[in-house]
Design a protein around this ligand. Structure first.
Ligand code: PLP
Length: 243
């Protein structure tokens, strides 16, 4: 039985993705919807899979360790698991063997750890470098507010990037950020535009592919798409509010 509210929600989100792409002259196939299933049940995830979704995101270690094996027991469908939460060093060994993509590479130490654990597991993790564009102190990620004006910020970031992109078994696909919460979603636009511009500059300086931008959540994904997001991470608009 498909949960009809989840089905309706997914269809509505997909329509919004399509219209944002239309406004920006982009192909909707270039935007991947990651359904953020944190706090939601295995049944809810299976419902979303039945509607056709195959990318899911989690951000709590205990919950991820519990859910991923359960999902693989109840379905043969191929799921791409995205880890989107901050990872403490000691937690990395549990997460790396289970997931495919990690969006929260927010410091050099964890990048090194993920790389070496991926090597041990004989797999390659697709990674996103988490960037703190807004400068909010409560946010994780490499510091990059004012990266254009501030040479020190930029050179530190460039040094870290140089190390991270050379790590084995970790393929960096792009950058990830979270915008602050604003009342009007339009206010997030400069944050997303800045991440896109930063990506372009890194791409050019390092001559690497860096094709993806992981940005946009329930509150702001249409703006993120207009500014170039290739992955949106959406929880509440699909599964409803979290407890
Ligand atoms: C929870 C979470 C999301 C999804 O947020 P919603 O507001 O439910 O869409 C996206 N990205 C990260 C990193 C999250 O922790």
């Amino acid at each position: 039985m498909i949960d009809t509210s989840i089905k309706d929600n997914i269809e509505h989100v997909q329509e919004q993705i399509t219209s944002a792409c239309m406004r920006a002259n982009r192909n909707p196939n270039d935007v991947t919807l990651v359904a953020v299933s944190k706090t939601h049940s295995v049944e809810a995830i299976v419902s979303a899979m039945d509607v056709g979704l195959s990318h899911f995101g989690e951000n709590r270690v205990e919950e991820t360790l519990d859910k991923i094996p359960k999902i693989s027991e109840v379905t043969n469908e191929q799921v791409v698991w995205h880890y989107i939460g901050h990872i403490q060093s000691r937690q990395a060994k549990d997460i790396v063997p289970l997931v495919d993509v990690i969006h929260s590479i927010d410091r050099l130490k964890i990048a090194r750890k993920i790389s070496s654990l991926a090597k041990e597991s004989d797999k390659t993790i697709e990674g996103f470098i988490e960037i703190n564009i807004s400068g909010e102190t409560a946010k994780y990620g490499f510091e990059a507010s004012n990266w254009k004006q501030n040479e020190r910020v930029k050179s530190e970031l460039w040094q870290n990037l140089e190390t991270i992109i050379s790590l084995p078994n970790l393929k960096i696909r792009g950058l990830m950020t979270m915008a602050p919460f604003y009342d009007k979603m339009e206010e997030t636009r400069p944050i997303f535009a800045s991440l896109a511009e930063l990506r372009d500059e890194i791409k050019q300086d390092f001559a690497i592919e860096l094709s993806d931008l992981s940005m946009g959540m329930t509150n702001d994904f249409p703006i993120a798409i207009e500014e170039g997001a290739t992955i949106v991470r959406i929880g509440r608009a699909i599964f409803g509010n979290r407890n």
